[in-house]
Write a protein that binds this ligand. Sequence first.
Ligand code: GUN
Length: 294
Amino acid sequence: MTAQLLDGNAVSAAIRAEVADEAAQLKATHGIVPGLATVLVGEDPASMTYVEMKQEQCRKAGMSAFERVLPEDVTQEGLEAAIAELNADPNVHGILVQLPLPDHLDEDRTLAAIALDKDVDGFHPTNVAKLALQDVEPAFAPCMPLGGIELLDRYGVEIHGKHAVVLGPSNIVGLPLALLLMNRGATLTVCHAHTADLPLLVRLGDIVVAAIDEPRMVKADWVKPGAAVIDVGWSRVKDETAKKGFRVVGNVDFDAVQEVAGYITPVPGGTGPMTIAMLLKNTLLSAKRHAGIE
Ligand code: GUN
């Protein structure tokens, strides 16, 4: 058996087109253009690339992109003042502070400074806490986890009543995805690098999320036949046969696992492209709420 690919490139393109349609309608009917503001501190090349990609996709979807670039040595007060301005700006419906921040800045305080109803990244501590509460909805859920759920939904993978095993409970991916799966009626096992009998536990999963930042860690004999495997890993590994001398791989031993799984996300082209698509979707949702129509 070869697994059905959960194709993040195709699904994210469809979502971006849906968002663009809805954004055009919102502009035509209410005169509102959804706006995302990104805040970048310093000049980390990877963060600069991520922020540029987010800005570009925003504009392509007919939305406004506002950019704040702050110097590496900005003070906590300076950063919070920039966020306060964006909180007060009626053209800004979503605010994203690119992480990680330089060490001298307080990440928790910074994320808590973002207006709850503009927290389109879903990282505000109150939004994270609400994810963990029964019958309480956060204003927004984080984008990569939302993207994973969206892929399962669009390919008709049942979540309710299934056993989900999440490997790696990080704040921005593994933990929120675990909570989203639980809120959708999955039975949950959360594992980490020091969990005993890891292969045995992962093999219980009808849905497996690999978010442990360890290249190709999840092996074929860890996976229950037919399981849906969501890989949120992204690493470069040396490969002399590749033109660039490296290959991008996830946390799952893809070639072998795809022969066992029922569904699997490729890396690249799985959860990665879904993240920006869900960010656009959250920003559109925020703009609709500000217009009083959601
Ligand atoms: N750094 C890595 N991923 C993300 C993300 O999804 N949002 C933000 N704000 N920073 C990140």
